[in-house]
Design a binder for this molecule. Structure first.
Ligand SMILES: O=P(O)(O)OC[C@H]1O[C@H](O[C@H]2O[C@H](CO)[C@@H](O)[C@H](O)[C@H]2O)[C@H](O)[C@@H](O)[C@@H]1O
Ligand SMILES: O=c1ccn([C@@H]2O[C@H](COP(=O)(O)OP(=O)(O)O)[C@@H](O)[C@H]2O)c(=O)[nH]1
Length: 914
């Protein structure tokens, strides 16, 4: 079957390691090619540019980059097949340039700040276009036209956001809610109630803004493009894009930390945001921790399956992985040679001669821990009088998000502390802290990094922190010390070479300053070399290449994947039941879900189908007799409870199809085990049916539930009941024990035999429709109707049901098909005749239950006597059998429906057609 096996000759590597090794090989090849061409071994992305040229670039780098002058090589390597051109659409809230209006139709563009822009500017070898906000409100049409034109020259495409949207979406939802939350800062205390009140409107604006970004992407998208969405501003974007075009290759990368699921859980829109991100093909984070938190949030909040590869939802995988960002280290290293930078360096050395220079470079943001840094420096001065006139702290605090009140408060707080310390330790000629509330240009910044003895990064949380990388890149001569917060993502990569500190521990930071100032040259050298090697090999270029190449592979893999991922079973009963209003797992209504109710909209189509004399409706369910009586007692149909162990026409009494001498002695022992685990697993419950027991931990803590299930299974397999004739069936959030060999595929034989006999059906059945949501084991019901299917329970991806309704409605009669089924039915009906009994239908020795419902729809009632029933009554041709799985994409059924709501509309159409 096409697409049913991993193809050994596939251009897609079969495993992740295989892929990474090939990628490494590609990189090596590229490096050696560049050696051949240039005669040197530069592997960091500036191959092809000679030394002089790089020096000339200097400060014009960004300009040149944006104009495409740095030779975008506009192609990505495709695994194993050489080079191909692929455009990259980078979508981020902020464009790399911010616009300043000079006249009605005249604009000047300035480079935007922040690490995201710096990192993406370091990505050179690809034809990238940026889509984003230019940081300015442009209400008038001529202004928009002129700005669009100016930006186009820089390969940028604007998204125009009006003032109100910016206020609600950017200042409000992004920077007052998501930003502090993702950095573990909670909401600003005084602001808490106001924020809570304005949450809804801010979230609405957030979604609206994301849709506006999506509209611009859709307008510029060309088939084959890769769309790379960035950051917490655009968590809705993957969903908006995929809703518009499910074939778009969409990646999403978060530049901030992703917090523990317990933090994310407090967000009112927690589930919507997670689901929207999961629409992407590939989701990336700076560190493994953030990726782990995200997967755990999807597991705990959405109830989805987390795997080492990512998050699975109904057989669809969203890949989740860590892609630590880097910088364009060459740009910094070579900038130091530029005359302007050398001049700055000379000035700075002179200015601070005789003093050790400590440096902080941060946006003036709460997450950067600037007050904590300054207080630690004060403590160091308090305790080390010797250093008073021998050390200076230069703090560059770049103003940011100045419209958000919390940022305004921080500015005054920092000014106050700096003033106090300078007053306390300053002299007439010197102050210990030089604080600048502004940004520096690239050359000035490089010079500062180069003259620094100690860089002090005390972020309370920071996605990565590129300042620490940039400092290291500029320190090849000085070999200064990096003091780095353990809460910055960079601590996971530069950890070994830096002095790691907890920024909340002022004493520890103060002591680290002392340690750094007194560190031997030998130790500094060792630490620096470690850091330098990391920074120069893990570059921004490499980061982007890896992400895009993984995204391409992920999409190809998804297309070619045939080994079926066993799907997550969302619930106990999901075909005909009322949908429980549960936007997410934790918030789900356990009590309502335990009390199964027929979907209210099904009543009408079901009544119509049941009253059609030519149609037989069977409900085959894992539920017990009481549940089926309550929900279906008033319809004219057949009910098969506990997966067919009990059967009745609603016009008659229940009969059991259980073999007479079934041994059910194991039930009590299993019940004890289930009671024991239920008592110890909060929010788990078990159901005691007549022929099986089901323990369900869907609402428990998922990890604890899994551990408990593992213990339970071990006990069942190896403990006192291990020899009983039972099957232990493991669901995604349940454990079921049933009599050995009971599946829907087994019981359907007896059920149909009974119905054919009781209704005296002798002419071939027109068609069979079998709709269900079954445990893997019960998927053998499809094998019963289609014996040629593989019997290993490995399902295959199915199309959505579309015109099956029409085909069912139009169906007349068919011949040929399932020989073994036919023989079974023949045997059943013959048994009937011989036994003339209504309690058991044949000699198959089985009993039990499972977790799904199905509707079987049989055909013409015959006036012939039971004696005339022949084996070809269930004589199914290929196209008069319709099987449909609900909520499972990997199945042996021929079609699929997503939810019980889809079942309603399908049965409605069917009722109308018949
Ligand atoms: O655009 P702004 O609101 O002015 O903010 C500037 C950027 O700040 C954040 O940067 C993060 O990205 C860096 C690179 O990955 C990372 O090193 C740093 O730890 C993060 O804080 C923000 O995520 C960006 O979107 C902003 O543009
Ligand atoms: O005066 C300045 C100070 C900082 N930066 C840049 O701002 C970025 C800060 O990135 P980081 O990842 O450290 O933190 P973020 O601001 O993104 O949270 C770095 O690339 C700096 O070079 C700058 O361009 N001019």
């Amino acid at each position: 079957m096409p697409g049913n096996n991993y193809n050994a000759n596939s251009p897609v590597p079969s495993s992740r390691i295989d892929r990474l090794l090939r990628q490494r090989l590609r990189k090596n090849n590229k490096a050696s090619n560049s050696n051949d061409a240039n005669g040197n071994g530069n592997v960091n992305g500036n191959e092809g540019l000679d030394h002089e040229q790089r020096l000339r670039e200097g400060d014009d780098f960004v300009e040149q980059y944006l104009e495409g002058a740095s030779a975008a090589r506009d192609r990505w390597e495709k695994p194993d097949s050489g080079l191909f051109t692929q455009r990259l659409l980078v979508v981020a809230n902020r464009l790399p340039v911010s616009a300043v209006r000079r006249g009605e139709e005249s604009w000047s563009l300035e480079v935007s700040g922040g690490g995201l822009v710096s990192a993406l500017l370091g990505v050179k070898e690809v034809e990238a276009k940026w889509i984003g906000w230019a940081g300015v409100n442009v209400p008038d049409e001529p202004g928009q036209r002129a700005l669009t034109k100016a930006l186009a020259e820089k390969r940028c495409i604007p998204v125009f956001l009006d003032e109100e949207i910016v206020h609600q979406y950017y200042n409000g939802y992004c920077n007052n809610i998501l930003w502090p939350l993702f950095h573990y800062l909670g909401l600003p205390q005084e602001d808490r109630l106001a924020t809570t009140r304005s949450f809804q409107s801010q979230f609405a604006a957030y979604k609206k803004a994301n849709q506006m970004f999506a509209d611009v992407v859709n307008e510029h998208y060309e088939e084959g493009d890769v769309v790379w969405c960035h950051d917490y501003h655009l968590m809705f974007l993957p969903k908006c894009l995929k809703d518009h075009n499910k074939n778009m290759k969409v990646g999403w990368f978060l530049h901030t930390p992703f917090p523990s699921s317990e933090i994310h859980r407090t967000l009112p829109s927690r589930s919507e945001l997670l689901r929207a991100v999961l629409a992407a093909d590939l989701v990336g984070f700076h560190t493994y921790d953030y990726a782990r938190h995200f997967v755990s949030a999807c597991t705990r909040i959405l109830g989805l399956e987390g795997t080492p590869e990512g998050v699975e939802d109904q057989g669809r995988l969203t890949r989740v992985a860590a892609f630590p960002i880097g910088i364009d280290s060459d740009r910094f290293i070579h900038a130091l040679e530029a005359p302007q930078v050398q001049e700055h360096i000379r000035e700075l050395k002179e200015r601070f001669s005789g003093r050790k220079v400590m440096l902080g470079v941060d946006r003036l943001d709460m997450i950067k821990g600037i007050p904590q840094k300054i207080l630690a420096f004060e403590k160091f001065l308090e305790e080390n009088q010797y250093w008073h006139d021998k050390v200076v702290l230069l703090q560059i605090a770049v103003p940011t998000r100045t419209d958000v009140p919390e940022y305004q408060k921080l500015t005054s707080q920092v000014h106050e502390i700096v003033g106090r310390i300078n007053g306390r330790f300053g002299t007439l000629t010197t102050v210990p802290i030089h604080h600048l509330d502004r940004s520096l240009d690239f050359q000035a910044l490089c010079a500062l990094y180069a003259v620094t003895d100690i860089a002090l990064v005390t972020s309370l949380r920071d996605g990565m922190n590129l300042v620490s990388y940039e400092f290291v890149a500029c320190q090849d001569e000085k070999r200064g010390v990096l003091i780095l917060s353990e809460f910055a993502g960079a601590a996971q990569s530069l950890g070994a070479g830096a002095i790691l500190v907890n920024p909340w521990n002022i004493t520890e930071v103060a002591a680290s300053i002392g340690q750094a100032l007194n560190m031997s040259a030998e130790e500094r050298e060792k630490r620096h070399l470690h850091n330098f090697s990391h920074v120069t090999t893990h570059t921004a270029q490499e980061w982007a290449e890896t992400f895009v190449s993984e995204l391409n592979d992920t999409v190809l893999e998804a297309q070619q994947r045939i080994r079926q991922v066993p799907p997550l079973l969302p619930g106990f009963n999901a075909t005909l039941t009322e949908p429980v209003d549960s936007p997410d797992r934790r918030g789900g209504d356990q009590i309502r879900e335990m009390d199964l109710k027929l979907h209210p909209d099904l009543k009408e189509p079901l009544t119509r189908l049941c009253s059609d004399p030519k149609t037989t409706v069977v409900v085959l369910s894992g539920s017990d007799r009481g549940v089926l009586d309550e929900n279906f007692g008033d319809y004219d149909m057949w009910l098969a409870a506990e997966n067919g162990m009990f059967l009745r026409s609603t016009r008659g009494d229940w009969m059991t199809t259980m073999p007479e001498h079934s041994n059910m002695e194991w039930v009590d022992s299993v019940k004890h085990v289930f009671e024991y685990f239920t008592e110890r697993t909060p929010r788990s419950h078990f159901e005691l049916r007549e022929t099986s027991l089901v323990w369900n931990y869907k609402y428990s803590d998922v990890e604890f539930g899994r551990l408990q299930a593992r213990d339970m299974l071990q006990h069942l397999w190896t403990g006192p009941i291990s020899n009983a004739s039972v099957d232990v069936v493991q669901g995604s959030r349940s454990v079921e024990v049933r009599a050995v060999g009971v599946t829907k595929g087994v019981t359907i034989v007896r059920i149909l035999g009974e119905i054919v006999h009781s209704k005296s059906i002798s002419a071939p059945i027109d068609y069979v429709l079998c709709v269900g949501h079954s445990l893997g084991k019960d998927e053998d019901i499809y094998t019963f109707f289609e014996p040629e299917l593989p019997s290993d329970n490995i399902g295959i991806a199915r199309p959505k049901i579309s015109d099956a309704t029409k085909s069912c409605g139009d169906r007349k009669s068919g011949r040929s098909g399932s020989k073994s089924s036919q023989k079974q039915i023949q045997r059943n009906t013959e048994n009937k005749r011989n036994n003339n009994s209504s309690s058991t239908s044949n000699g198959i020795n089985s009993s039990g239950s499972s977790n799904s419902n199905s509707v079987g729809n049989g055909g013409r009632r015959s006036s012939q006597s039971p004696d005339k029933i022949t084996w070809n009554v269930l004589d199914l041709k290929g196209d008069n059998y319709f099987s449909c799985a609900v909520g499972r994409k990997r199945t042996n059924a021929r079609y699929m429906l997503d939810t019980s709501d889809d079942v309603v509309s399908f049965l409605r159409d069917l009722a109308r057609a018949s």
